[in-house]
Design a binder for this molecule. Structure first.
Ligand code: VGL
Ligand code: ZN
Length: 244
């Protein structure tokens, strides 16, 4: 079970308690600069899928996707540890509508692991569409992790593929490096960012999503549902201005 398990269709609880607390924190931060969060040596910035495919002109464009690039570039200076991810599908991938007769993008199908949203062909391995956005400037990033490369299985999360079992290895990497806190940014808020953040919680990391460093697809209420699910999991919603 994937979409149904993790995105309980509770689109009503749009602004979580955590969100409200974060907004209060933002207000006080403008008065008390000391209230800002300073990422430490055991923190990592995870930059999810800032690839041409998810930017205007790409194969699965996220509205205003390119706006995250300057925000993330600036955040990069505050982090000693940065991991970048790439959605990295085979041609004919199981998440592509074109792989099924009679299916259109944004419809769903049932796969062995649960409900799968069907997408336009996107982020095919080695294509320009799958390349990182040219203006993303994170020279100190230490790892690029690719996901979604098993032809029969999707992976929104940078930690665990859609069967909720198969690991990408990211959790082991971060733990071996002594990382305790994860800050998630990138595209798209309601899919790969949300699943990455929730799996970071499952793996035991303190987890923040930096909202203005993300943009959403928002398919049938998926953005509100994602914030609700993330809040329920203990993911904290903050803004880039909260980071020192
Ligand atoms: C994503 C849909 C399909 C994402 C990836 O990066 O959020 N969304 N593949
Ligand atoms: Zn994908």
């Amino acid at each position: 079970m994937t979409v149904s398990r993790r995105f309980l269709l509770s689109a009503l609880g749009a602004s979580s308690t955590v969100g409200a607390v974060a907004s209060l924190g933002l207000m006080s931060n403008s008065i008390f600069a000391a209230g800002k969060i300073k990422p430490d040596a055991q923190s990592v910035l995870i930059v999810v899928d800032v690839q041409n495919c998810f930017i205007e002109g790409g194969t699965l464009p996220v509205s205003k996707g390119s706006e995250v690039v300057p925000v993330i570039n600036k955040l990069g200076a505050s982090f000693a540890n940065i991991v970048v991810t790439q959605d990295w599908h085979t041609a004919g991938h199981a998440s592509f509508a074109s792989s099924y007769s009679g299916k259109k993008p944004f419809e769903t199908t049932k796969l062995g692991y649960g409900t799968q949203v069907l997408w336009p062909d996107h982020c095919v391995q080695g294509t320009e569409d799958a390349a990182l956005h040219k203006d993303l400037k994170l020279p100190s990033a230490q790892l690029i992790i690719r996901k979604g490369y098993h032809k029969d299985m999707d992976s929104y999360s940078a930690f665990t593929e859609a069967d909720a079992k198969t690991s990408t290895g990211l959790s082991g990497y971060l733990k071996q490096r002594g990382i305790k806190t994860v800050y998630v940014t990138g595209l798209a808020t309601d899919f790969c960012v949300a699943w990455t953040a929730m799996d970071a919680r499952t793996a035991g990391f303190k987890t923040y999503v930096i909202e203005d460093a993300c943009r959403a697809i928002d398919l049938n209420g998926s953005l509100a549902a994602a914030w609700k699910s993330m809040g329920d999991k203990g993911v904290q919603r903050i803004q880039s201005s909260d980071i020192a």
